[in-house]
Design a protein around this ligand. Structure first.
Ligand SMILES: Nc1ncnc2c1ncn2[C@@H]1O[C@H](COP(=O)(O)OP(=O)(O)OP(=O)(O)O)[C@@H](O)[C@H]1O
Length: 253
């Protein structure tokens, strides 16, 4: 059976499934293989950390899994929907409704208030914000009283908390986060991670997070290690020490 051409069967026992996902980018006359036939299945409600050296394919993994980038071949299934079969407009709509994404650089809109930034995914989808839900999220991420501020009036940690509330406002199936604590000092990073983890746990959502930090990865249920576009390791119930050992061993190989 060829996974390349056969559509992936629906499977609601996984929140996110990558089936032989390959992604290449043009590189002059050559091609860079950012992901080389990666297959993983993440269960609903799980928290997965993605680690690996620079250039190993972590962001490409996240972007393909979140439907921000299309794989060159293979399938990405979120819930029971195969994203690779959707037309661009249907994919955009699916992403807005079912996927939350937190970027390292926050990606807030500078001339919109905190409240407007949080509401943005709903407004872009033509839906009305649910004020009670928005208030709940603002409170959950520690932004009470900041609804009318502009992003330029926030600290990095506060800005990232706005980005988290924005990612959760649609009650997405999965939240993807690309080094959400990478631009923050370790104390603020820990607070932001607590907020993200707590919000996702309370909502029963699935979280997939890229990080370079073994302490961040240790909070996850499992860690996937990437190298040269391949999944080369997997750790269940990680600890900071186990993750660090794994990274050291991989660096020495
Ligand atoms: N848009 C692109 N065009 C061309 N090459 C790309 C593009 N995006 C990524 N690549 C290449 O694909 C490979 C994987 O990149 P990716 O950004 O996924 O790695 P990463 O593990 O997230 O790295 P980092 O930790 O430095 O962010 C690298 O060789 C990178 O240069």
């Amino acid at each position: 059976m060829s996974f390349i051409t056969a559509p992936a069967p629906p499977d609601t026992s996984t929140a996110v499934r990558l089936v032989q996902v390959r992604k290449t980018y043009p590189n002059g006359l050559d091609q860079t293989e950012a992901l080389a036939s990666v297959s993983v299945a993440l269960r609903p409600g799980s928290f997965t950390a993605i680690m690996g050296p620079s250039g190993s394919g972590k962001s490409t993994f996240l972007n393909c899994a979140a439907g921000l980038d299309r794989p060159t071949s293979g399938h990405v299934v979120v819930g029971d929907v195969d994203l690779t079969t959707l037309r661009p407009d249907a994919l955009t709509q699916f992403r807005r409704r079912h996927i939350g994404f937190v970027f390292q650089a926050y990606n807030l809109v500078g001339h919109l208030t905190v409240a407007q930034n949080v509401q943005l995914p709903l407004l872009l989808d033509g839906r009305r914000p649910d004020q009670a839900w928005q208030d709940h999220l603002m409170h959950a991420v520690g932004l009470d009283g900041m609804a009318d501020r502009l992003p330029g009036q926030l600290s990095g940690g506060q800005a990232q908390r706005v980005a988290i509330a924005r990612a959760l406002i649609t009650r997405p199936t999965v939240v993807f986060a690309d080094e959400p604590t990478g631009a923050l000092d370790s104390h603020t990073g820990q607070q932001v991670l607590d907020v993200l983890q707590g919000a996702v746990r309370d909502l029963g959502q699935t979280l997939v997070l890229v990080t370079h930090d073994p302490r961040v990865a240790a909070v996850a249920d499992q860690v996937l290690f990437l190298a040269d576009g391949h999944v080369v390791g997997h750790l269940e119930q990680p600890t900071t020490e186990l993750v660090a050992e794994h990274l050291l061993a991989a660096a020495g190989r």
